[in-house]
Design a binder for this molecule. Structure first.
Ligand code: MG
Length: 467
């Protein structure tokens, strides 16, 4: 009897460290971030053209969001939000200071080193970190991924269409850490290369917590796919590139399964902004496209899987945003939040499918460049009346048409056509208060916000890293 007890005790002692270790290690994170993938481009969001079985399976094993927003309908501001948990205007990346909306090659601007980023917070919590793909938050050394908390970087530093010789753009560089390894990059190979690098990173860091950020280059124009996928979809080159991204997702999911990491890895799949609505992309059933503050420009697909935590096969219709991923992931990692204020909110209760869980956002602001164009509160969306819809406040020669305001009920009018403002004076009164709050806090057009942390004129006079 004594011997049995002793053996039982030994067995318990043998089991405990493993069990404790399994519980103590925070979950890994794989964040797949497409470029210009529209709301209607995936099978699990209704596409009947693009075949996306791996992403659809991810949604079936996890949670799919119907009202998930990017903070901007274009690349740079959207990415700034994802990595800082703030509206772009708060971190000074809502537009470039040179008249461009996004950063262009050799820009002297980039994500400020003063900001605390998601990878920095996860790194501080003991994570290995990698960015594999398109960066677009500055191409000088102090703006590249390693300066913002990524141990590893492999990819292109900005959009794949930024090769205007007349503007002085260099051939599109493929960068490893801070070294150009190919120029111009062979775009048809990018998704394959990203996938190999991603899988290798997971394999190399399988015994420690890791954060893999995989911002794909496609389906941003110009569209490319490798030989295996080119011409194989039912949706031209757009479908080819989307189906290659689906294959890539499958490779990563297979790798996690093969290494026994499936149950302890949160996989998130989303997009930086809507599709441009041409060349095969779809934002259906939403109206509008990339570049606009209509739903099709900023509402994006989002699926997340974490077995045992995120209930499988669920759909969440609460409002959530790319800004929320920072506080949510830092909370899962048991990391430390930044000391300064952020706009993102922890959506763990939504992810866990807790009954009665509600969006942590009372209100959501749609900015286009420096202009507040729309506000969402509950099911209501107010398109503000605007004197000009494409403001270049420092360009006196620029003229554009204004527009009348309208209040939309998103529950019944996803096409955003019918103005119901006259029927809802209380909603309109609430919206005007929100507009005033946003203007005071974040700024609006030429008016600076009281709590913008980074000014638009940020200018680092240092040598540029890329040729
Ligand atoms: Mg984009």
């Amino acid at each position: 009897m004594q011997r049995v007890k002793c053996l039982s005790l030994m067995f318990l002692l043998w089991c405990l460290p493993i069990e404790r270790g399994a519980i103590a290690q925070p979950c890994n994170v794989v964040l797949i971030f497409c470029d210009d993938l529209g709301y209607g481009d995936l099978g699990c969001y209704g596409s009947i053209l693009n075949r996306t079985p791996n992403i659809d399976k991810l949604a079936a094993e996890g949670q799919r969001y119907t009202d998930f927003y990017s903070t901007s309908p274009v690349c740079t501001p959207s990415r700034a939000s994802l990595l800082t948990g703030c509206y772009p205007r708060r971190v000074g990346l809502h537009e470039d200071a040179t008249g461009h909306w996004v950063l262009i090659p050799r820009s002297r601007r980039g994500l400020s080193p003063e900001e605390t980023t998601l990878p920095e917070m996860l790194k501080a919590a003991g994570y290995a970190t990698a960015c594999v793909g398109k960066w677009h938050l500055g191409d000088q050394i102090q703006h590249l991924p390693q300066a913002h908390g990524f141990d590893k970087y492999f990819g292109i530093p900005y959009s794949n269409d930024m090769q205007q010789a007349g503007r002085g753009d260099p051939p599109l560089p493929l960068v490893e850490q801070a070294t150009v390894i190919e120029a111009p990059a062979e775009q048809s190979q990018l998704t394959q290369q990203y996938t190999r690098e991603a899988v290798e990173f997971i394999e190399n860091h399988q015994r420690e917590p890791f954060f893999l950020y995989l911002p794909h280059t496609f389906p941003h124009l110009p569209l490319h796919a490798s030989e295996r996928f080119l011409g194989n979809s039912r949706n031209g080159r757009y479908g080819d590139s989307v189906e290659e991204i689906d294959w890539s997702t499958g490779e990563i999911l297979d790798c996690l399964k093969r290494l026994g990491l499936k149950d302890n890895t949160m996989v998130i799949f989303t997009s930086d902004n809507g599709s441009n609505g041409r060349n095969g992309g779809s934002n259906a059933p939403l109206a509008g496209a990339k570049g606009s503050t209509m739903e099709g420009g900023m509402r994006v697909p989002m699926v997340v899987r974490l077995p045992g935590v995120v209930p499988a096969g669920t759909v969440c219709s609460e409002l959530a945003t790319t800004m929320d991923l920072l506080p949510t992931l830092v909370s899962f990692a048991e990391g430390k939040m930044p000391a300064h204020e952020i706009d993102g909110r922890d959506i763990s209760s939504l992810l866990r499918g807790e009954s009665g869980a509600r969006s942590p956002h009372e209100v959501f602001y749609y900015y286009r460049r420096r202009q507040l164009q729309a506000i969402r509160w509950r099911n209501w969306k107010w398109h503000l009346p605007l004197a000009s819809t494409f403001p270049r406040w420092n360009d006196a020669t620029f003229k554009s048409k204004g527009r009348a305001g309208k209040l939309i009920d998103l529950e019944t009018d996803l096409k955003e056509q019918v103005d119901v403002s006259s029927n809802h004076p209380k909603v309109m009164a609430k919206m005007r208060v929100f507009a005033k709050d946003a203007t005071q806090d974040l700024g609006n057009e030429a008016e600076a916000g009281a709590r913008q942390r980074q000014a638009l004129t940020l200018d680092h006079s240092v040598p540029m890293v890329l040729p």
